[in-house]
Write a protein of this length. Structure first.
Length: 67
């Protein structure tokens, strides 16, 4: 059951951020562009993603695919 809707996590009241997947790294990890000149490694274990997808990330875990 997914408790997160939109860009807000109901479970902990923190917000998720939209990022773009720039590279799949294997082991359910991806490099994500945060749009401010930095990239970070995030887990994509819970979602099915491809390079170029926009995803919602909360606590370095992808929780949904936006586009």
């Amino acid at each position: 059951m997914n408790h997160c809707e939109g860009d807000h996590c109901v479970t902990c009241s923190d917000e998720a951020v939209q990022v773009t997947v720039v590279r799949l790294l294997g082991d359910d990890l991806a490099e994500a562009d945060f749009g401010d000149g930095r990239t970070e490694e995030v887990s994509v274990a819970l979602v099915d993603v491809s390079v170029g997808d926009v995803i919602l990330v909360h606590a370095k875990e992808a929780i949904g695919v936006v586009a």
